[in-house]
Design a protein around this ligand. Structure first.
Ligand code: SF4
Length: 228
């Protein structure tokens, strides 16, 4: 039995990005009822690191950008409490990855089914814009999540999430261009999954119809076809 602990997928006390840690301190002062910490991944249980190979309970890992101020940063659950989660949770339920349509309440009992949700950057960034250095700093959590969850499909919501997944898998982003609806095979070097790209399901993207529900569902149809 190995005495080496597996890399952490999350650390509530992480302050490795000083700008973000200071910003969260300001948010906690202004909104004492907000979660205002690094937001943990959410979803189906991870297999025990000591379990047999291939025992992962995760088919799909969804990676967003970062917690939203009044969404995940407030509630402590990814994509919960603001507009961005509405289309995502509706679609997860429609395609059998959630047992119900989630609400804005993280205590709603929602369970994801062989799916997990996380963000490329775990802490709320000012103006929803993490710096490249912060994405790199946080990437070891995503790498640990990928290694531990062993998903067969990963959905990247937007370019930054796409780049973060590739970095976590040790790939050059120049070899895998982001495009809505694209799918990239990431095999070898300990990984075996398909990376699906979608525009982020943000209010801006849906209001401007850069992303429609039909476009989003088409990506999930591809994921379902891949998973079989
Ligand atoms: S963004 Fe990630 S690495 Fe940076 S402080 Fe938050 S949890 Fe730590």
């Amino acid at each position: 039995m190995s005495l080496v602990s597996p890399p952490a997928i999350y650390d509530a006390a992480c302050r490795a990005c000083p700008r973000l840690a200071d910003f969260l301190g300001d948010v906690r002062r202004d909104h004492p009822d907000y979660f205002a910490l690094p937001v943990p991944p959410f979803g189906s249980a991870l297999a025990s690191p000591a379990g047999p190979q291939g025992s992962s309970q995760t088919d799909l890992l969804i990676v967003g950008l970062a917690p939203g101020m009044h969404g995940a940063n407030r509630t402590g659950r990814p994509f919960t409490g603001d507009y961005a989660g509405i289309l995502l949770y509706q679609t997860l339920h429609r395609f059998g990855f959630a047992d119900r349509v989630g609400t804005a309440d993280p205590q709603d009992g929602l369970q994801l089914l062989r799916a997990r949700l996380t963000n490329a950057v775990k802490c709320l960034p000012p103006q929803n814009k993490p710096l490249p250095a912060e994405m790199r700093q946080c990437n070891h959590f995503l790498a640990a999540e990928l290694a531990h969850a062993k998903p067969r499909a990963v959905l990247a919501l937007g370019t930054v999430a796409h780049q973060a997944v590739l970095m976590a898998a040790g790939r050059k982003s120049s070899a895998y261009r982001f495009a809505h609806g694209a799918a990239h095979v990431i095999a070898e070097k300990g990984f075996d999954f398909s990376l699906f790209d979608s525009y982020h399901c943000s209010r801006y993207n849906t209001n401007t119809r850069r992303l429609t529900s039909e476009m989003f569902e088409a990506v999930f149809q591809s994921i379902r076809a891949h998973l079989g």
